[in-house]
Design a protein around this ligand. Sequence first.
Ligand SMILES: [Zn+2]
Ligand SMILES: [Zn+2]
Length: 556
Amino acid sequence: MARPDEFTFAPLGGVGEIGMNLSIYGLGNRAQRSWLAVDLGVSFGDEEHLPGIDLIMPDIRFLEKEKKNLVGLVLTHAHEDHFGAIIDLWPKLGCPIYATKFSASLFAAKLAAERTTLKIPITEVPSGGSIDLGPFSVEFIPVAHSIPESHALAIRTSVGTVLHTGDWKIDPTPVVGPPTDEARLRQLGDEGVLALIGDSTNAVRDGRSPSEAEVAVSLAGLIKSAKGRVAVTTFASNVGRIRAVADAAKAAGREVVLVGRAMDRVAQVARETGHLDGVQSFRGPEYYGHFPPDKVLALCTGSQGEPRAALARIARDDHPEITLNKGDCVIFSSRTIPGNEKAVGSIINGLVTQGIEVITDRDHLVHVSGHPRRDELREMISWVRPQLLIPVHGEALHLNAHAKLARQMGVPKVMTCRNGDLIRLGPGDPAVIDQLPSGRLYKDGTILEQDTSRAVVERRKMAFAGCAFVALALTEAGELADDPEVDLVGMPENNTAGEPLEDIVFDAVVATVEGLPRARRRDPDSVAESVRRTVRSIVQAEWGKKPLCTVHVLTV
Ligand SMILES: [Zn+2]
Ligand SMILES: [Zn+2]
């Protein structure tokens, strides 16, 4: 007798971390499963821990192996943590991709901006529409978020229905797009939902996230009362915010100048897809100087302090077209993502020093999160009434808070999991039934590397303690044929007594080689290892730090 089908779920990224989202759903049994992938996003590296790594992506070894059973990749929305890895990873999968119009168009614009001839087709699905993919039927249910066209996915199978929330909040007045479709989610709850896989980002925050419309009112007041020039920076993908700023500018009799490539790209896609209908047209930065200070507003990229983005250049007075002076105003309509505090702080300090007024979400309601707080999570649970809830999209703290809230709400089963856990959602009791290969890939320059790669570890060590290079030539009898070469990179020249470190290392290398028994001196590997140990410990004794050390031994 054939085994009954199981409905399974595995996060391959995005659990225990915020970023790099990739979830897969399976239908079948141990012998054969069909797979559906949801989202394929990136995380951003930080210079201190991962020097030289800009992007981190989920390891998709498992999906590559199961490629022939992968029925498609479905995108909830077009934030980088949900779709940023497609250009790099999709070529390994080659599966069909499905998304609604805005996400598909923004992806096409992003791909066109890359120096690549790669063609990656995305099939458009209407918002609110459904598609059948193998044994899965996927319905795109509109939810409010901080980018247009975010969707929760109702994934129906012969075993039951999952609601994969994607990123969402309850915002009755989202400025762009419809609010979260409460009626449809309640209907889904009436039909019966096996499991809810849900956004935990703000699960430690009480109450409700304020509406985008409240931010719009606050921005309008600030922009109206400004006397000089105004610059606003926000996440380029937040089209609702772009719209709110544009409307506020119009009400204050100001023209909007867009500054920064990402802002241009999103604005253009938003126009083409109808999300900026009725909004005044924007102007290029070349027009900025043509208007009196109180008749212009610059909408800029760079809210995270990115050094090459528009705002950082303006703050350094290094922008060819956009300048600010004493008495002008900069509004950060954004949140500083952890890790970027120093960069943002230095821009703010630079502006304040020039006498420019800086407004952030610490003093005014100029930003709201796109994720649900606790009262919103409770409401979602009460609409959908799942039998099982699995928190995702969060660090451990957020996942636990979401799980605890679900238990308090009386959800019959609540499970927390880790990237790589394969969970049977049904039939029967949910359980972790397997571990799938999972992990992280680093985008290092143009190369994708496993996170176990030595390159990053070595760079981090080198940044801290430099590197010593030693080259030796030995005769067949095991004597030094010439003076060793010693080269110290990234180290101080002298010790505290003023003696050159290079001389100290040189003497230690010679003494080590000459001190080795003759038999060992004939083994180049053994000589190299002894010299390496000596160099590292002598430098440590002289400097207090242990450098990397490479020793080459030639036999002549
Ligand atoms: Zn997200
Ligand atoms: Zn998002």
